[in-house]
Write a protein of this length. Structure first.
Lengths: 775, 292, 172
């Protein structure tokens, strides 16, 4: 039965819909204690003293740790994602020792019998700060005289990443048309419904540290924990049964990842730490702000000659995951367009705010926003239809593989493998019925109503290496167990990979069990992020399934004394085309392969068991693409924007489960809508967070997200056996650009220019009123 | 985020509740629906040492019609304004406003009186209470007193309630004949606190001109604000777009709203003008609804 | 006269089973269900009443269990997600969530299921707009809500026309 491409319902749902999921806060271990972290209330200060005496004697408290209680190897968080590009890498201390650099930085850990008592005791920790001047605006941070976040990082510049090709100086010198734009893009917090959390238990019987967490990259934690505790890797096990959403920021390394197991080890007590929502909005890594100053040079026909400029990236106080976000921005600005000359520099700036690291989209929404705003600006200047301008510059279907001209995030040459973005754009435009909408726009303007249309195109890299492994075991009952290393946090890996195996081995979907979320499953795994698991783990699973299939066929051929080419797989059985009487079930095969106690193996040359162990190692990135279009109506008296229609047309290559991919796209668009209107992390000038609860940090609700029209035009990816490209982020990446373009188009009669995102009703009305629009 | 420690008592009678409140004074808080109080306690911005639960005092869970108005007990849930057709008919302004108050889950537990006592500057019910000339009924060991809504709201989260008093009910007087009402607001998202909210009551004379108008705004100051100048501008005027627009301009000009992270003062003034027009129009339209 | 106390004896039923415990006054109903009773199906997403993940039914009414004290629920009948299936048969809303792919990570799901059940109990024929308004107090970061709305519409259908055959394995 055809499984790949099927809208297969998810097997994960069976436990989740009855409330039998096992999320980190559901883990209960006898004797478990709770940890509450005391966090800095100052953005920049020297720590004169941290007095824990009162806290230590509070009811229920067993220990209070400060930096002084940590061993040397557990004092600083190692770089989770080392990059040679980061000139001044600064890792956070596990607990702040001499100073604090952002509001929310952990200073002490209170361990008590329950979370209520731990919170009570945390309030008793008495901290004496000597306030220093904080800097929260990245442009101010690089200006002369700014306070330094790290005393030895000049001008707070963590690093600068220039990316270039061709000769922009020459290109711009002779360009007939130049558009210049300054944009400010803010992306906000992660906002998974499940906050972070860790349970750590030193199992004295097995002498292993067991850690349950929410990590998308559990093997990173395994390595770091082992190292910090002086344990061999095999003595650390990281488990995640169910993760309540990851969105990138759970695929990173935090001080708690090291601290909580450290406490469990030191105290010989199981401990649990659950981030509360306030902590999440203050202290979980987020994406925050970039300020772009870019220019685009074009010829008179609208062909892009070059792009140059620079942007300033607010990196926060430390660099726990390298310059990933701004690096992705700088290599993604050209997008799916042909840009012959390019020179953009990312300036990565330390500020006294929480560190910046990937959140769904990971720097690409910023790139798309900057690029698409430039294109709209150019279209206006050239008096050209914005869709036509894009068509002129998009990479055409026959131009793949397309060498962008510089290297990607993974250090390999950035070559787009396949795609047909013009077709995606055409489809998106057709879904929203642009021509009819433009006519409608003209009519409605006469009535004082303002609708607008916007489009955007995107390409993203996915499928990062170095590899993933898969172990497939066929068991005595003929069913198959698959072990992988990439944890799932809502994207249904257990279902999708079961579909691959079920089809390859001709067994029922229900007979495949995929195990993940346990570092004991496979030796190493890189993790689930950057839309890589479907491709890399999926390809490993496919390779493993094919290996297993071969083994089954060869074994059956020998056992049945049949010609292998005559054999086929059908419903967990191997059958002979030329002799219907000849067949052997998988179960029988496994029994033979496992053998009987005390007797020789029937097929000794095959070796024991019916398993396969395989991997997939990508040579380079693959590049999904997309084109979105939106129709909006703007109320010019209130600044309210209503999304009338939203189309997302994606090229994810081959898709294993279209139902799941639909969910990824729609959910991604919803996140993008949040990034367009609602989601902003606000600090005051002293670095205090103003958006510390969901009352102020606003997430999109059922009334903020319209029905999304999703469509696919796949071009098969030639670089992996699945032909797949990765679907986790494409929904989110272009949304802010599309909607901003649509709003600007709606307000064209007033000349309103949108150059920052998100924008609230208040900010939009201010722009409308400043433009002199009649009330 | 767990609450700080406190002691709890479930009062079984009004006397018991009042005794406890008298005894513990400013150290104690009353819990009715708890939708506002619990959030504050979880965040530890409220840290009472005693909580007095009034949910089990049966008489507080009732509302009744009296000759001169409607009396709503302190435990009547906001959701009653959505489900009780009689109550909705008696208080159309509140029925109009209730859909904007939080979400159905919070309205299922939160109480009408509770919201009034919480006195959030951006809450909807205080605005309605002022528009309808409601009075709050407060009881203590010394007896009962009534405070008009216009005097009840003193400041942000601050009311004219003494430490030994329990607000037991809110009384909405029977409106004059032919009173029309409407409520409107603009919030960031539906259910959020309003950036600006507006309640309007109006009567038209037999020539169809405004005879009596009340316009009250929320979200523009520490307490609900009556737009008296705008109200005056409408008296005697025939309801047309011009006078409504004009009223909006006057109303907005008289406001000094605050800036916050969601909206600027200027924005609030702008939408106050828009809301004035909208709510006046809706007030007029409500007469059509009543006729059918 | 009830004297204010730190610890209170409470008795309540949860999904039809009676429980009696002595609880701290400040223990939230969410923590009572999850910690004291070990019923971890109800999830905690924000602890300030904004996300709805903790939604349960108290005496048939939707309530955010993070904003409710366990002691307030003394004498009440609580229904949690674990109590939606009866005699091993899933509630139509549960099967609808699966068949419509209305969940991804599953963390917000219990709150949505309970809220949807409360809606359908009161309004068996909700329109899309009514569904969206009713569920506007429940946050989901994964799904974008579209398939959740589909699931509620499907469940409403199934409740009106009970399907004698088992739930299909495939979405249509």
């Amino acid at each position: 039965m055809k499984q790949v491409g099927r809208r297969q319902l998810r097997m994960e749902d069976d436990t989740l819909i009855v409330g039998a999921g096992r999320f980190v806060d559901d883990i209960q271990i006898p004797g478990m204690h709770h940890v509450v972290l005391v966090r800095s209330s100052m953005a920049s200060a020297l720590l004169r003293s941290v007095d824990v005496t009162a806290a230590r004697t509070a009811p229920g408290v067993v220990a209070v740790f400060t930096a002084a209680d940590l061993t040397e190897r557990a004092k600083i968080l190692p770089d989770g994602h080392p990059s040679a590009l980061m000139k001044h890498h600064r890792g956070p201390p596990i607990l702040a020792e001499s100073c604090v650099r952002y509001v929310g930085e952990p200073i002490a850990a209170v361990v008590a019998t329950d979370a209520y008592l731990a919170e009570d005791a945390a309030e008793l920790v008495d901290i004496e700060y000597e306030a220093l001047q904080a800097v929260v605006n990245p442009e101010k941070a690089i200006a002369a005289g700014s306070p330094l976040v790290h005393h030895d990082v000049p001008s707070n510049i963590g690093t600068q990443i220039p990316v270039s090709k061709g000769d922009v100086t020459q290109a711009f010198a002779s360009a007939p048309v130049v558009v210049k734009q300054r944009v400010e893009i803010h992306r906000g917090a992660g906002g998974a419904m499940e906050t972070r959390g860790i349970v750590a238990h030193w199992n004295t019987a097995s002498r292993r540290m067991m850690v349950w967490n929410v990590s998308q990259v559990p093997y990173v934690q395994r390595t770091v924990i082992a190292d910090a505790l002086g344990l061999p890797e095999r003595a650390v096990q990281v488990i995640n049964d169910d993760i309540g959403g990851g969105f990138g920021y759970k695929g990173l390394l935090y001080v708690e990842d090291l601290l909580i197991p450290y406490l469990a080890h030191k105290l010989n007590l199981p401990v649990k730490w659950i981030e509360d929502r306030r902590e999440h909005l203050i202290a979980s890594y987020q994406e925050r702000t970039q300020h772009h100053d870019l220019e685009m040079a074009l010829d008179d026909d609208g062909l892009i000659i070059g792009i140059r400029g620079r942007f300033i990236h607010d990196h926060g106080a430390y660099s726990p995951w390298g310059p990933t976000v701004p690096l992705l921005t700088v290599v993604n600005i050209p997008g799916p367009y042909k840009v012959p000359h390019y020179n953009v520099e990312a300036v990565i700036v330390y500020t006294n705010c929480v560190p910046v690291a990937p959140v769904r989209g990971a720097g690409r929404p910023q790139a798309v926003y900057a690029m698409e705003r430039l294109l709209d600006s150019a279209a206006r200047q050239l008096k050209m239809d914005p869709v036509e301008l894009r068509h002129k510059n998009l990479i055409q279907a026959d131009e793949y593989p397309f060498d962008v001209g510089f290297v990607s995030r993974d250090g390999t040459r950035r070559i787009y493998d396949s795609g047909n973005v013009p077709a995606l754009l055409d489809r998106a435009v057709s879904i929203i019925d642009r021509d009819a909408r433009l006519r409608e726009q003209t009519e409605l303007r006469k009535q004082g109503r303002y609708i607008g249309i916007g489009v955007a195109c995107v390409v993203e890299e996915s499928g990062l290496g170095p590899y993933e492994e898969a172990i497939l075991d066929m068991e005595l009952d003929g069913k198959v167990t698959v072990r992988i290393g990439t944890p799932s946090h809502g994207q249904g890996q257990r279902t999708v990979f079961a579909q691959i195996v079920a089809e390859e081995l001709a067994i029922p979907f229900e007979d495949v069990t995929v195990l993940t979320g346990d570092t004991d499953n496979v030796k190493y795994s890189i993790g689930t992020f950057a839309s890589r698991a479907g491709i890399v783990t999926g390809s490993a699973v496919l390779n493993g399934a094919r290996e297993l299939r071969d083994r089954v066929l060869k074994f059956a051929a020998t056992t049945l004394q049949a010609n292998e080419s005559e054999l086929f797989l059908d419903e967990s059985t191997v059958r002979d085309k030329s002799d219907p009487g000849k067949s052997i079930s998988y179960s029988e095969i496994v029994h033979l392969a496992v053998g009987d106690s005390g007797r020789p193996l029937s097929l000794r040359d095959f070796g024991p068991g019916m398993s396969a162990r395989s991997s997939f190692s990508p040579s380079t990135n693959v590049f999904p693409t997309g084109s979105h279009a939106a129709v909006v109506e703007v109320d010019i008296r209130t600044g309210k924007v209503n999304i009338l229609k939203y189309a997302a047309v994606e090229d994810f290559g081959n898709v294993i489960n279209p139902l799941i991919v639909d969910g990824q796209v729609i959910g991604g668009v919803a996140h993008g809508i949040g990034n367009t209107f609602l989601e902003r992390v606000k600090h005051d000038d002293s670095g205090q967070i103003l958006t510390g609860t969901f009352a102020d940090y606003l997430m999109p609700t059922t009334l903020d997200v319209p029905r999304i029209d999703v469509d696919y035009l796949a071009t098969v990816c030639p670089l992996n056996p699945l032909g797949m490209k990765g679907a986790g982020q494409g929904g989110t990446i272009p949304v802010a650009a599309v909607i901003s373009a649509a709003v600007e188009n709606a307000l064209e009669p007033f000349g309103v220019r949108l150059a920052h995102v998100p924008f609230s009703e208040s900010e939009l009305l201010d722009l409308i009123q400043s433009s002199g629009a009649s009330q | 985020m767990k609450p700080a420690p406190f002691k709890y008592a479930a009062a079984r009678s009004l006397d018991e509740a009042i005794s406890l409140i008298q005894r513990f004074g400013e150290d104690c808080r009353v819990i009715a629906g708890g939708q506002s109080l619990m959030a504050m306690m979880n965040l530890r911005t409220a840290r009472p040492s005693v909580i007095v639960d009034i949910a089990r005092i049966e008489e507080l869970g009732q509302w009744r019609k009296e000759p001169d108005g409607i009396v709503i007990g302190a435990m009547v849930r906001q959701r009653k304004l959505e489900t009780d057709t009689e109550l909705r008919a008696a208080l159309p302004l509140l029925a109009d406003a209730v859909g904007s108050i939080g979400h159905v889950a919070t309205r299922s537990r939160g109480t009408i009186v509770g919201s009034l006592c919480h006195a959030d500057p951006a809450a909807e019910l205080p605005v309605c209470a002022v528009a309808l000339d409601a009075t709050l009924v407060l009881q203590s060991k010394n007896g009962e007193r009534e405070v008009p809504a216009a005097e009840f709201f003193k400041g942000v989260f601050t009311t004219n309630t003494r430490d030994d008093e329990l607000v037991t009910a809110v009384r909405f007087p029977t409106p004059a004949d032919r009173t029309l009402t409407a409520f409107d607001e603009i919030a960031r998202r539906q259910g959020d606190f309003a950036m600006v909210s507006t309640a309007c009551t109006a009567r038209l004379d037999n020539t169809g001109a405004f005879e009596d108008v009340r316009l009250v705004f929320g979200g523009v100051g520490d307490i609900p604000v009556r737009a008296t100048e705008a109200e005056r501008s409408l008296i005697g005027a025939k309801p047309d777009q011009e006078c409504m627009t004009n009223a909006g301009i006057i109303a907005a000009a008289a406001l000094s709203p605050y800036d916050d992270i969601h909206a600027t003062s200027q924005y609030r003034k702008s939408i106050a003008a828009v809301l004035t027009e909208r709510v006046l129009q809706r007030t007029l339209d409500s007469s059509q609804e009543k006729a059918h | 006269m009830s004297e204010p106390r730190d610890e209170i004896d409470i008795s309540l039923t949860v999904n039809g089973s009676g429980h009696s415990r002595t609880v701290p006054a400040r223990l939230t109903l969410a923590d009572f269900l999850r910690g004291t009773l070990g019923m971890t199906g109800t999830h905690v997403g924000c602890e300030h009443g904004a996300c709805g993940a903790c939604t349960v039914l108290i005496d048939g009414t939707m309530a955010r269990s993070c904003l409710t004290l366990a002691v307030q629920a003394d004498g009440a009948e609580i229904v949690t997600v674990e109590g939606l299936a009866t005699d091993g048969a899933l509630h139509p809303i549960q099967t609808a969530f699966k068949s419509c792919h209305a969940l991804q990570c599953g963390f917000c799901t219990p709150g949505f299921l309970i809220s949807s059940v409360a809606l359908l109990n009161e309004n068996p024929n909700p329109t899309e707009q009514e569904i969206r308004e009713w569920l506007s107090g429940n946050l989901c970061r994964c799904t974008g809500y579209q398939f959740i709305v589909d699931a509620v519409l499907l469940a409403a259908e199934k409740l009106k026309n009970p399907d004698p055959s088992p739930a299909v394995a495939l979405s249509e």
